[in-house]
Ligand binder design. Sequence first.
Ligand SMILES: [Mn+2]
Length: 318
Amino acid sequence: MKAFCLSHKKDVDGLGSGSLAVAATGGSIILSDYDDLVENLRRVPDDADRVVMSDLGADSADFPDFLKEMQRLAKHAKVTYIDHHYMSEQAKRKLRKAGVQVVHDTTECASMLTYKTFKDQLPERARLIALCGAVTDYMDDSPLAKKMMEKADRQFVLLEATLLSLALGDRADEEGFPEMVVAELSRMKHPHEIEGVPDAAIRQLGREASMGQEVKAGGTKMGRLAYMVTSQYSTGNVAKLLIGAFDVPVGVAMKEKQPGWYEVSLRSTSEVRVHLGRTIAKIALRLGGSGGGHRKAAGCRVPVAKVDDMLESLARKV
Ligand SMILES: [Mn+2]
């Protein structure tokens, strides 16, 4: 059997759901971001017979291309799309019509939904992975996760989830590291048992302790948002810290990873007036980039030359 599991590259929920899919199907992992999903799908051969996608937020700008890939793969493979990002009813209908099994629920994290989908093929320890995804996506209060957490040692789960999340803050961009983590988790290793994870987590902890001060000094307030360009820190963390440091509902952190392009993380409090993921998807598309995400946590890629336009457009809406 030729199985492939595609999942989100950047966080614990993405790696967690991917590792659960690998554990259940024995598939090869392909980690992807929102903006290179179609490109990564093209790497899956025509003769694949099982494809599982998780935590990938596909209802974005390039949905027609995404749908084309789904139609191609569903000809031979059983294809399952598992997600908790916003997805329109129309998009779901189109996927189902193409033969794709759609598991979609915005109230649970992707790891929890993947656990639920493959429960019968997964060992007892898989519950910890599902819970780690829920904790780090701030979705451990949802019905399934809450029930499962009541049967677990809460502090153990919180520490394992946080270890992994911090380690990714330190090493997520390192070639091969996220893939290694998926492989180890799919063998049901606990995060603290994975080589390099505890050390990376401690390093990141030290970095985060000094980050607060730098964000205060380096950030700028623009209406209801605050932004900052960073070269060394996790943009997700900086975006969160900006909210507190400038007492605004939205934080925006930018990093120039590729020359000429900013990779941007956005975070908000519940006081934001729009769905951050859907709002930034539209703005980024207009500026020649791409983006997406959740109501209060999102990301995008925009040309450096267009960043003022992006910030001004966003500040008007949030
Ligand atoms: Mn997620």
